[in-house]
Design a protein around this ligand. Sequence first.
Ligand code: FHN
Length: 691
Amino acid sequence: MKSLIHLTSFFFIILFLTGCQTSASTDFTKESPEAFNQRMQWWRDAGFGMFIHWGPSSVPAGIYKGEEVDGAAEWIMFSAKIPVEEYEKFPPQFNPVQFDAKEWVRIAKDAGMKYIVITSKHHDGFAMWDSKVSQYDIIDATPYDKDVLKELARECEAAGIKFCFYHSIMDWHHPLASGTTFPEYREKYLKPQLKELLTEYGDIGVLWFDGEWIPEWSEEQGRDLYQYVRSLQPDIIINNRVGKGRQGMQGMTKEGEFVGDFGTPEQEILEGASDLDWESCMTMNTSWGYKKNDSNWKSAGMLIHNLVDIAAKGGNYLLNVGPNAEGLIPDPSVERLAEMGQWMKVNGEAVYNTSKFTTYAEQDIVRYTQKGAALYATFLEWPGRTFTLKYAKPEPDRDIILLGYDRPLPWTWDKEKGLTITFPEAWQQPKNRSVKYAWTLKMKASAAEVAETPAINSPRVKNVQKELFGEEVMVTLSSTSAEASIHYTLDGREPDLSAPVYKEPLLLRQSAVVKAFAFQPGIIASPVSTAEFIRTTKFKSLDLKSGISPNYPALGKLSLSDNVRATTDFHDGNWLGFEGNDFEVIIDLGDVKPVKKIRVGFLQNIGSWIFYPQQLEYAVSEQGEIFSSVFKYIHSTRETDKNGINDFNCALQNTRARYLKISAKNIGICPEWHGGSGGKAWLFVDEVMVE
Ligand code: FHN
């Protein structure tokens, strides 16, 4: 026995010293495109899945010591800084006696979901199955005596639903899971637990990793883990959070060689269609885990629109439920899923097994998907009595069906105007419609030949959507088709063939909304492109001394003076983001003026790596060479800091200046107490206000 133990230990030491346990001989990252496509096919066809965040955090459910805790409920251990021994008091209170795996799977299946991804272990380190590797699990640490994952695996198998795991790399509970002992945690705990999940619970559809952002994790370890998981279940699908390839909440994989089978935008949908595999995961309220007081529920209509929009852009929708500590999915979630299921019963064929059409959308309210010769056009708003589609060219003498309506619809086709459909008179009244929220046309159609949409360009940006300018801006309109003539307006009116034809660059000295379309005889006129130009002459000029992050550029430096305030939603497009670096701007007021007040807005959202400046200084000058400091603020970032927007305000007496210099020092690196410690910190700035 002794010798066996020595031999085993020796073997383990070899494994440990080599840094990572190597997987079997197969290199699963060298998979052929055919094999990859075959492995992904069920997932691509599925289109719609259920995310389940469940565990002991559903006991406090967002409240600790009588106080509502900010942020998602499953982060309560971190957000409320609950010590491990304190948090360990929650599992003994976790007794989900009303848990019914069959009912959960029925709810998912009736909603039209084809797979379920449940948290086997979230960041709190608690194992939701009967793990032999640890006592910190549902059998040994709670009064509940069933392995909920085993029950769900069985019911999913019976219902033909793919069973999948979410598994966190980050672990706030295990003593080895941070710092230099992390490799030991990975080999002794993370991998052995994954082995249990991948050998004792049947075929697993997806392993959805998370928590990869920790500094202890690396792409190399992710690659090894990918091989390890695939060696246990070769057909399993693994997301891009197994390594370090994910680009923040936007979720898609960075350029370069990163491991993982699909991108994972979180709480957001890609702007446009993508040929890559991607899945948008989203909460139904604002918390992944059960949060008692979070009643900020998305409507069933919005959830259906998200599903259709995602399908049209070639993605999957992973919609979350957060069951409570009694084992029940909250009623508002159940109600919304039932409504989605009713919609899917009539229109699901426009989502399942579909692929992207040549264009994913038309005129804002239409989303296209296709399946073989069938084209689906789903309206996110009721189209009225008639509607003209530009992108679809129907096969002659074919029916156009409105799913849920009992007879084909009348339609006409004009090679320059497009496909005009007449919708049922009776359905103009919502109460007469058998379908709510979104309406799908099914037709045998191909892509119509449409003139190329013209680009509206400024000197700074090609295909500009919105641009700020000071005194004037030169705008050009361009089209790729030489035979096309571009018709445009400058006042926001829809252009038609009577609108001016573009001949030379347009010099704008006032704010304008430019709209343009291309006309080419014999084919469909292009859609209209729109660009808004906003004149902001609050300052003569702003000279930004530091680089704005390309991910959060707002509308360039003039965003600091456009009188549009950014909100606490840092995705709102109005923040200038600086990743790791400082912010400094010199403002020219145009001439020497009395300056009574300077205010600059900054955002703090600690959970998203966004911090107030650790140092902020305002300085003034009359001639722009020598600046004298008029305001200085020093801030040491603490865990107790609140999130929010702060306008750092400085009132001045008897000060005259032409130039202002604003310098904000970024804390640079997330502090050691932060979940993303070691990662780059962000500065978010919006609106410089000067009186
Ligand atoms: O921190 C987790 C969070 O709790 C939740 O699990 C989401 C779901 O994808 N992922 C992380 C936040 O990005």
